[in-house]
Ligand binder design. Structure first.
Ligand code: SF4
Length: 347
């Protein structure tokens, strides 16, 4: 696979531009990372070099479709990679900042039953350049809208810790080269214990979010099959070590599924598990997944569940569902595009 625009670190870029004076390498590096420019926008660089850059450093992400919702506050892109794989990126504008949700794999091997990506299977890991470029594209769009990209969440398609090297190298690049602080980066995992342990030894204390969805091994084995390999007790021990080492707040994601994990007994189990780790709980009203018959819990039950958690001493937030009308749940844009050929604004 040829290197794409954001796959190269600085020494590799200098090698690629061998023969150019050092200040030119600096200019190109600053153009790509400080100004988020494409080669043709680098007007401080001679035209011949701009052309060469466009050729030797191609973009990784070809736009397939774009959809917006929430009055333009949510933008979702579907990209095609050089081998034809498809991934998605979601940019969400909030009053103070914008957040981008990036994919780390094309498809996902974790097979969570309620997830469209899980149903479609695994294609391949993304390179760090393919992940970083999603952030750059989103940062450019935010800038064009007079907003500032403030947070990156690794919560799109794929399991970030199953692509540990690609994900961690992207985190380093986003931190070191794009200048986003560790507290603004959040890795979301379904609970890959060795990956959490490895993150514990890294020197960047990013936020950790765990997609929990059940706090009972029997139910979790069913909803999140990787639980059979890394059961709840092992997961809790790894999370505890992470929090102790990094002093970052841990959060649990809990997609509320009607009649499955929204009962008072589920809230009690979750409260016990979360309190022991002083974790924050994000409740996610589930988006409908095409071809999957489960239903999200009705709004009244979502609020009741949140209240119950609070009364049991847990900090719980009900996440605002972004872009339900453009299928903003994990993997759904791709699923819809392929299964039902939903018409999206194509650029
Ligand atoms: S929910 Fe996340 S980990 Fe599970 S199948 Fe979907 S993308 Fe993979």
């Amino acid at each position: 696979m040829p290197a794409s625009r954001y796959d190269l670190d600085r020494p590799a870029l200098a090698d690629l531009l061998d023969g150019e004076p050092r200040y030119r390498v600096d200019q190109v590096w600053a153009g790509l990372h400080d100004r988020l420019s494409t080669p043709d926008e680098m007007t401080d660089v001679p035209l011949a070099l701009r052309r060469r850059l466009a050729e030797v450093l191609p973009e990784a992400l070809a736009l397939t479709s774009e959809a917006t919702a929430d009055g333009g506050d949510t933008v979702k892109w579907l990209w095609t990679l050089d081998d034809g794989s498809r991934v998605e990126t979601v940019l969400m504008h909030y009053p103070q900042r914008s957040t981008v949700c990036v994919s780390t794999q094309a498809g996902c091997a974790m097979a969570c039953g309620f997830c469209a990506t899980g149903q479609a299977g695994f294609s391949r890991h993304l390179t760090s350049g393919e992940i970083v470029e999603q952030v750059v594209r989103a940062a450019r769009r935010a800038r064009d809208a007079d907003r500032r990209l403030g947070n990156v969440v690794f919560m799109g398609m794929g399991e970030p810790l199953a692509n540990y090297d690609g994900t961690w190298s992207a985190i380093r690049r986003i931190h070191d080269d794009l200048g986003l602080g560790a507290r603004h980066l959040t890795v979301s995992t379904v609970g890959i214990v060795p990956g959490i342990r490895r993150m514990t030894r890294e020197d960047l204390p990013v936020n950790l979010a765990v997609s929990l969805h059940a706090a009972d091994d029997v139910l979790r084995d069913e909803l999140v099959p990787i639980n059979r390999r890394y059961p709840l007790a092992d997961l809790a021990a790894a999370c505890e070590a992470y929090v102790e080492a990094t002093h970052r707040r841990l959060s649990f994601e809990w997609a509320l599924i009607d009649g499955v994990n929204d009962r008072p007994s589920d809230a009690a189990e979750l409260a016990g598990y979360a309190r022991a780790l002083r974790a924050h709980v994000n409740l996610i009203p589930l988006n409908p997944t095409p071809g999957y018959p489960v239903l999200g819990s009705p709004r009244a039950r979502v609020d009741e569940f949140a209240e119950r958690l609070r009364s049991l001493g847990v900090n719980a937030t009900v996440r605002r569902t972004r872009g339900t009308d453009i299928d903003a749940a994990c993997g759904q844009l791709r699923a819809n595009h392929e299964i039902t050929r939903v018409e999206l604004t194509t650029r």
